[in-house]
Write a protein that binds this ligand. Structure first.
Ligand SMILES: Cc1cc2nc3c(=O)[nH]c(=O)nc-3n(C[C@H](O)[C@H](O)[C@H](O)COP(=O)(O)OP(=O)(O)OC[C@H]3O[C@@H](n4cnc5c(N)ncnc54)[C@H](O)[C@@H]3O)c2cc1C
Length: 400
């Protein structure tokens, strides 16, 4: 529930911009904080377990703000700490990241007076597990950093309160199974939900209260206010399996605020190279619709990757878009036994049709696919800072 504990910090970046701090020498506080983190990294699980145990022991009323299972939560705390430490001297990136977290924490009921309790538990946990590097100077650096982090989050939440609710209730008005594991779910929010094509929202279902997962909007904003998501049920997945196999028309879900900065740059004259793997094709569809609505004719090349033909669950609607828009080209890529489209792996197929120097890159899908596709795009002539993608976890690990 701190800045750094109850959200996974998924965000969007141009790959080359992951660390905007350049090569400047780190500040003295950054050096001390990174030294602490390096010491606790091998025992990160113990640190976070101890942190949460202390937090709940001294503030039992906070436990109900967290999900029943805390495993993922522990990774998120450490990932967020790493992110904050990595960008501690890069005010712009850090403020953007923390403001996003602060706004996102409103849906958990986080209030300004919760932050000192979290800070106290964090300091105790760090002192205990980073005992080799811990000193009054190190403690001072952490106190300064945590004070700045929490204030940024508190300010962002307060500002957001003036213009948006902490969450939106939304009724499922259609639930369409496209394959045995993929559903297209359309919802009607209880009040207007402003977002941009390419963004995503955190979603909570009635079956797993306080467990939030991100899903991308599968269309650009519509005049009827409806929102669509493409959900793939992952093995043993709590939220995805509920949304695919259990959800029905009339069920209510909750939506957090829109997030992510992947968006079409309408001032650019370059083409768009869009690569979507599995349900990663959802935000790509929103981007294509956005280009169509905007009315400017720029080449848009879509590569839709799937494991099997049967997993190309939205190909027909893409082909329909292709028929209506001469600037759009859609290529399905199938890893196993392709009878529709190109046989092989998505990154190789993209490379094969390059070079892509005159294009901006948009990637969406499983993290491994994104990683390989960034390489493919860079080697096909797109600079890193013109490649956009969503990623899981920290800014640090996404730096490519
Ligand atoms: C920015 C962003 C946008 C996203 N957009 C979409 C989207 O539009 N559609 C969509 O379907 N998903 C999307 N995801 C993924 C989604 O947020 C969840 O991570 C996913 O649905 C799994 O959640 P779960 O609660 O069902 O599984 P969890 O309970 O979190 O995980 C259960 C088990 O499944 C494993 N697991 C988790 N994810 C996968 C996976 N992809 N493949 C195989 N095993 C997995 C976990 O390691 C764990 O062992 C997006 C993620 C991010 C960060």
């Amino acid at each position: 529930m701190t800045a750094i504990s109850a959200d996974d910090g998924a965000t969007t970046t141009g790959s080359g911009n992951a660390d905007g701090s350049g090569n400047r020498a780190p500040s003295p506080d950054a050096v001390l904080i990174r030294r602490t983190l390096a010491e606790i990294e091998p025992v990160a699980d113990d640190v976070t377990s101890y942190f949460y145990a202390l937090l709940f022991l001294h503030n039992p009323e906070l436990r109900e703000m967290f999900p029943p299972a805390m495993d993922a939560q522990r990774d998120r705390l450490f990932g967020a700490l790493l992110t904050a430490a990595e960008h501690i001297d890069d005010t712009v990136t850090l403020t953007e990241y923390l403001s996003h977290l602060g706004r996102g924490h409103r849906k958990y009921g986080t209030l300004p007076h919760h932050y000192p309790a979290v800070g106290e538990a964090l300091m105790y946990a760090l002192e205990r597990y980073a005992h080799r590097s811990w000193s009054p100077e190190v403690e001072g650096a952490w106190v300064r950093a945590y004070t700045a982090i929490s204030q940024t989050m508190i300010d962002a939440a307060a500002e957001d309160e003036l213009r948006a609710p902490p969450w939106w209730n939304a009724e499922i008005i259609s639930h369409e199974r496209r394959t045995s594991e993929v559903a297209v779910v359309t919802v009607r929010p209880d009040q207007p939900y402003p977002y941009r094509a390419g963004q995503y929202a955190s979603v909570e279902t009635p079956w797993w209260p306080r467990v939030w997962r991100y899903y991308s909007f599968a269309s650009c904003p519509r005049s009827d206010g409806l929102l669509s998501f493409h959900i793939k049920a992952v093995p043993a997945g709590w939220v995805s399996r509920s949304l695919v196999h259990r959800a029905r028309r009339g069920d209510m879900i909750r939506l957090g605020p829109p997030a992510g900065s992947m968006a079409v740059d309408h001032s650019s004259t370059r083409g768009l190279l869009c690569v979507g793997g599995s349900t990663g094709i959802a935000p790509i569809k929103a981007l294509v619709e956005d280009v169509a609505e905007h009315g400017r004719r720029r080449p848009v090349e879509v590569f839709f990757g799937a494991n099997r033909d049967a997993d190309l669950y939205d190909l027909d609607s893409f082909l329909d878009l292709e028929r209506r828009h001469p600037w759009l080209s859609v290529r399905p890529v199938v890893a196993q036994l392709a009878t529709r489209g190109i046989a092989g792996q998505l990154p190789e197929a993209v490379r094969q049709f390059g070079p892509w120097r005159e294009f901006d890159g948009y990637l969406s899908g499983p993290p491994q696919m994104i990683r390989k596709s960034v390489d493919a795009l860079v080697s096909s002539g797109i600079p890193q800072d013109r490649i956009w993608h969503d990623f899981l976890g920290t800014l640090v690990s996404s730096g490519r």
